[in-house]
Design a protein around this ligand. Sequence first.
Ligand SMILES: [Zn+2]
Length: 454
Amino acid sequence: MIHLQPSWAWTPEGVLQDPIVSIDDGFIVRCSAAERYPPVHLERLPGRLLMPGFVDAHSHAFQRAFRGWVQGRGQSHDDFWSWRRAMYGVANRLSPEGVYAVSRLAFLELVEAGVTEVGEFHYLHHQPSGQPYEDPEELSARVLEAASSVGIRITLLYVVYGRGGIGRELSPEQRRFASRDPEQALQAVERLRRRGPAQARIGLAPHSVRAIPPSWWPEFASFDGVVHVHTSEQPVEVQDCLSEVGMTPIELLAHHGLLGPSFTAVHLTHPRGRDLELMRGRSSNLAVCPSTELDLGDGFLPLEARRGIHLCVGSDSHARTDPFEEIRALELHARALGGVRNVMSPIDDGPESLAAALLRIGSAGGARALGAPAPAIAVGHAADLVAIDLRRPAALGSPPLTAAAFSATREWVDAVWVGGRQVVRDGRHEHRDAICAAAVGWLGVPDLRASSEP
Ligand SMILES: [Zn+2]
């Protein structure tokens, strides 16, 4: 049994001061106000705020491999599509060992930033030639193993990829992602579910409307689990979908019965028509990835999409890994777009209500999108916890939750527990050095001139 006593704990009842949080067998068994006779082995966490862990709803771990290598203009025009060409170069260079090593690095960074569960949108399946590995789920298994070795929970979202674009065959660079047909992808999901590990969830991720032939969508409507789709990230994708089927991507997915509480649209930076109304009406989730959307020039989620829709956040391309920045950006971008303040918390029910709303998006919002239990510091919940250190000038005088939501960065994370096991202590994962050393040979980007057009 572990007994923690932080200066503050954010619980469903609000912020408790000097509480005692007891953990047994991975679960919270007590969360009470300070006691006159506390347990003997009490781990005091002075100046720390204890919060539920963040849940990152959208990650492509392998993209961590080229952070910092696509920030200069290598060609006359640089945009989402030229970035994608560089990404394909990296995607095709990683062996199973490389996928494992880079995924471990990405997950290490996530957990050190306070993320206790990740939704990994995984689309590297085959050898670069398109030939399946002897074990057809080799790379999915490597990613699951990477998460488990780092100690982060994972929902692996198995990606279906059927074509290179509307009316286009897969390009040579996309062969690694290919699904032969919907049945093959659904069978892979079933095999992954059977082989485990038991604590990993497996969801389905038809990549995007551009990568899925329209005739495939009905096959996914009855899927038993969460479904995530990249949706309306770029204006051209919406335009192409309108030309092909006369509907926006969200209208097309709604038409095929995919929208619902288990559905997550990723990005939706360019909603059109009835998209937002459909998302609200079907109680669907929207994964926003502000740092990547800024990095790629995707645009801003419109102001009206930030209200009345179940939001969550994702690190996506791992251009930067900081859930505090992602949740904060949701509110700050909304202010810049709308010329108003406190957008995400329209009703003022206290000085910390906005901070709590943003932190909830970062934790419970992500869990909802992954079909996972909502993290909370309450009896019976898994002990997925983050302690941030508020003993610093930048936090002085701020209410604790507001400091977390509006000032904190990943560097403030002091300790992380996943299922009651402490995986980060004094801001460091116990295997940080070894994980970094194993990944370093896989980082960087190949010569872009060698890549053909997408
Ligand atoms: Zn993505």
